[in-house]
Design a protein around this ligand. Structure first.
Ligand SMILES: *[C@@H]1O[C@H](CO)[C@@H](O)[C@H](O)[C@H]1NC(C)=O
Ligand SMILES: *[C@@H]1O[C@H](CO)[C@@H](O)[C@H](O)[C@H]1NC(C)=O
Ligand SMILES: *[C@@H]1O[C@H](CO)[C@@H](O)[C@H](O)[C@H]1NC(C)=O
Ligand SMILES: *[C@@H]1O[C@H](CO)[C@@H](O)[C@H](O)[C@H]1NC(C)=O
Ligand SMILES: *[C@@H]1O[C@H](CO)[C@@H](O)[C@H](O)[C@H]1NC(C)=O
Ligand SMILES: *[C@@H]1O[C@H](CO)[C@@H](O)[C@H](O)[C@H]1NC(C)=O
Ligand SMILES: *[C@@H]1O[C@H](CO)[C@@H](O)[C@H](O)[C@H]1NC(C)=O
Ligand SMILES: *[C@@H]1O[C@H](CO)[C@@H](O)[C@H](O)[C@H]1NC(C)=O
Length: 651
């Protein structure tokens, strides 16, 4: 347990701490024992434990000297929890705090779950001690400070036959053996980020040292340089008077949009520095801002440095990596996209992403300018939107707002031969991984799923209709799993926040690398932790993304065998629960860890909850990356089959 010792010496810095250590350890033990009882029953949910991962574990038949003689007996289960619901736990100051809720207890529920847990839970215990030696990784060339592997693959881009549709901004990942094998360097003079909410208005120049956007857009009141910082006055190409005025105008034009209640998740296309999303956040709306890595290349990097949800993505030839009916509102302000090209194939992608009854907000010159060419563009847009059954709800000034229908009846009642056609009924609109765009209208589900989500904030914990469409081979009801997952993470995050000082760490950009139903993000939201979470749903598992969006959270489909479409140094916390035990069968663990290092901001943290058999290797790689790892027990105690590896990427 060398790692535990390291962890301890990390914290033991002050004398005061030493004095309270005994009390702290004692109370933590009590906490873990109680938690053990609960989490024991919750652990075997399909997302965080995979029976096969233990069965196929290479060291499952090897017993290391430490455990060969006598594997330590599991502590006897504590007696059933008494009626008391409160437990003491040590707070940030090391004092005992009384207000720790363990939560309610439902014995019938436990029985239901015990069936799942029977499926080969803890086979491995004490394996994985065979240390694998990993050489320290070297720094890459300085020219690679903003390197995004799949978007900067020049060799592949040069080979493209066609570039007219924006193919060069799409993913072209380096092939086998050509993946990143060094640490992406930070720019000269990189500083610890300015904390949210201050970062909404200013970021360090040295962290994103690019003046191109200021030169191009400085006059539009977006962005300015002041001494050693960039300032964001909250303007934008179309909202010269500030984002707040603009948002007021939209909500007055169509009161049914109802920001923060009916409209919870928005998409901002071609977002500038994401001021739309940054300001809409105060209205309790989460906006995902997307833009390609093009000539204004650092838009998304600025957005993420500010602490606003953003990702590199492009409307070109492939589907975006978000599910159907994901966004309640999609916004495009002068986003320089030709929505009518190729039979409206790009607007049909917007239509797929838009929730039934959702709104498309278009702020652009053709809406209000009377020049002939612009008028023609407006006519084309009017014609296309009519054919795909969107209703023009309001046009005022430079803003036009359309609404998508609630069901298929309008599509089916069109004259025969009207283009674009409806998609095949066997086309799955949630199948997005490297899928080409289709020039057809995605059907809405006949049962109305997705059209009637609960209003925010109740939406966060309400099991949505589309839960029923997730293909899970579970013997208990999906609703129970959904609720159990929420409860499980709520308990864990509450513990993390208190025991590991998350409030002081003030994570802003958070990624859950294997999100399940989004319980981790929901818990952070519920506990009012001021951050946003990118919920990544790996292609190797069940597609739960529709459920995540229906809860009012954001996320994306991804395959961790490939790099992620974000700039280096953009996340403060990477959370990976049960990720490596699944993906190790598909790809190289060190490649995933290198990618994590690329995405992680200096000063950021990594929390890995996974099988103890993997911890030796993960720790070795973490050291090679220059992180400071520390191994901790889960709530199940020291002999559980899972552990938590916490890593610190120091500035
Ligand atoms: C695991 O078991 C297989 C077959 O039972 C055996 O060939 C192999 O050597 C064992 N591995 C170790 C590390 O003991
Ligand atoms: C447990 O699983 C078995 C078969 O898989 C089933 O017959 C039984 O009803 C299940 N029990 C519960 C409580 O779900
Ligand atoms: C380019 O076109 C050639 C011939 O049509 C084809 O074989 C090749 O696969 C294409 N390359 C790409 C990258 O699409
Ligand atoms: C946003 O949500 C919080 C918590 O639910 C609430 O207190 C606040 O009033 C909401 N703000 C707006 C503008 O609706
Ligand atoms: C958009 O594409 C259509 C069809 O390709 C073309 O007629 C139109 O001129 C384009 N509009 C703009 C603004 O480029
Ligand atoms: C379909 O939606 C329209 C509104 O878009 C509504 O008027 C109509 O009643 C709905 N039809 C059915 C069958 O639900
Ligand atoms: C929408 O959902 C609510 C409950 O969330 C339900 O009461 C209502 O009947 C639903 N409406 C439709 C049209 O399905
Ligand atoms: C995984 O990738 C690293 C380089 O990132 C390489 O050194 C190692 O050999 C690879 N491991 C396997 C099992 O392919």
């Amino acid at each position: 347990m060398k790692a535990l010792a390291t962890a301890a010496t990390d914290v033991v810095k002050t004398k005061a701490f030493v004095k309270i250590t005994a009390i702290a350890l004692l109370s933590l033990t009590v906490f873990f024992i109680v938690n053990y009882f609960y989490s024991n029953s919750y652990i075997p949910l399909p997302f965080f434990s995979s029976s096969s991962s233990f069965a196929f574990s290479p060291s499952s038949n090897s017993t290391s000297p430490a455990t060969a003689t006598s594997p330590p007996p599991r502590p006897p289960p504590p007696p059933p929890p008494p009626e008391v619901q409160r437990m003491g736990i040590v707070d940030e100051n090391g004092a005992m705090s009384e207000d720790f809720e363990v939560g309610e207890f439902d014995p019938t529920f436990l029985e239901d779950l015990s069936n799942l847990s029977a499926r080969g839970e803890r086979v491995a215990n004490g394996g994985g001690r065979d240390r694998i030696k990993v050489e320290k990784y070297k720094l890459c060339e300085l020219s690679m400070t903003d390197y995004i592997p799949c978007l900067d693959n020049m060799e592949e881009i040069k080979r493209l036959n066609s570039t007219e549709k924006g193919e060069k901004y799409e993913r072209h990942c380096p092939g086998e053996g050509r993946s990143l094998n060094c640490l992406v360097p930070r720019p000269h003079g990189y500083k610890l980020r300015i904390p949210w909410p201050k970062s909404r208005d200013e970021v360090w120049f040295s962290n994103v040292p690019h003046t191109r956007l200021v030169e191009d857009k400085g006059g539009q009141n977006w962005i300015a340089i002041k001494k050693d910082k960039f300032n964001f006055p909250g303007g934008g190409t179309q909202f010269i008077h500030g984002a707040d005025k603009y948002l007021n105008q939209i909500s007055e034009m169509v009161p049914d949009i109802d920001f923060g209640h009916k409209t919870r998740v928005a998409l901002d296309v071609g977002c500038g520095v994401a001021s739309f999303g940054a300001f809409l956040m105060q209205w309790n709306v989460t906006t995902l801002s997307i833009a390609p890595k093009d000539v204004h290349e650092n838009q998304i990097q600025f957005a993420l440095e500010r602490g606003v949800p953003a990702m590199v993505a492009v409307f070109a030839t492939r589907r975006l990596m978000y599910p159907s009916q994901a966004f309640d509102l999609i916004h495009c302000s002068r986003c320089r996209i030709n929505w009518t090209r190729d039979d409206g194939i790009l607007l049909l992608e917007v239509n797929r992403l838009l929730r039934a009854g959702g709104y498309f907000v278009w702020a652009a010159q053709p809406v209000y300018k009377h020049e002939e060419s612009l008028q023609e563009q407006w006519k084309e847009m009017e014609d296309l939107t009519t054919r795909i059954c969107w209703e023009l709800v309001k046009k005022e000034g430079y803003i036009a707002i359309w609404r998508k229908p609630l069901n298929n009846s309008c599509y089916l009642n069109r004259d025969t031969g009207v283009k674009p056609p409806l998609c095949d009924s066997n086309d799955d609109p949630d199948n997005v991984w490297y899928e080409d765009l289709r020039a057809c209208i995605s059907r809405l589900p006949e049962n109305g799923y997705g059209a009637n989500v609960t209003a925010w904030p109740a939406r966060l914990q309400y099991p949505p209709d589309r839960l029923q469409t997730v293909k899970i081979d579970a013997s208990i009801s999906r609703k129970e799993i959904f609720k159990a997952e929420s409860k499980y993470w709520e308990d864990i995050i509450d513990g993390y926040i208190r025991a590991y000082h998350w409030k002081e760490l003030s994570f802003r950009n958070v990624m859950d690398m294997r999100a399940g139903f989004g319980g981790f993000a929901a818990a952070l939201q519920d506990l009012q932790y001021d951050c946003w979470v990118m919920n990544v749903v790996p292609v190797s598992g069940f597609n739960t993304l529709p459920v995540i969006y229906d809860r009012g959270l954001i996320g994306v489909t991804h395959d961790w065998c490939e790099p992620f479409d974000t700039y280096p140094r953009t996340y403060d916390l990477l959370h990976a629960a049960g990720l490596f035990s699944v993906e190790q069968k598909r790809c190289n663990i060190s490649t995933i860890m290198l990618e994590m290092d690329r995405m992680l901001r200096p000063g950021g943290r990594v929390y890995i909850r996974d099988s103890v058999t993997l911890m030796g290797e993960l720790q070795e790689i973490a050291n090679a990356l220059g992180w400071v790892p520390a191994l901790h027990d889960t709530g199940e105690g020291p002999y559980a089959s899972w552990k938590i590896l916490m890593c610190d990427k120091r500035l």
